[in-house]
Design a protein around this ligand. Sequence first.
Ligand code: HEC
Length: 114
Amino acid sequence: MKKRLIWMFLMFLALWAVPGLAADKEIDKETGFVIAPGFEEVKKTCTVCHSPMLVTQNKANREGWLEMIRWMQEKQGLWKLEPELENTILDYLAANYGPTAVYRRAPLQVEFPE
Ligand code: HEC
């Protein structure tokens, strides 16, 4: 019985803790944001209206992030961002929340019967 618990604990570590360490990214405890250049600006700007999780759950390239910002500006009352600030934010988002292969599973190989 005990062995089983230890085994489960190890599985937990393997599934959660190890990939986290392997990614070698420092995470802000308060927001869950990756700490990297632009982090302060994003933390200040992007947690005013909603949870940082809305940001961290998303992945997009720079264009995609720009679209989301424009959408929030049009529909959700996000104010105009100074170009310099906007650039910093976009650089940060594209670098740390981009569509990287790491987070995606390989495409399923499905064979359809003929
Ligand atoms: C003025 C308020 C406001 C600010 C500031 C703001 N947002 Fe939003 N954002 C919203 C609202 C409102 C929604 C829709 C929330 C919902 O659907 O529950 C949203 C949704 C989102 C979504 C989800 C979009 C989707 O397609 O589901 C993302 C991602 C996001 N925001 C990122 C950001 C980022 C990055 C910043 C900083 C540049 C930011 N937000 C700053 C108001 C804001």
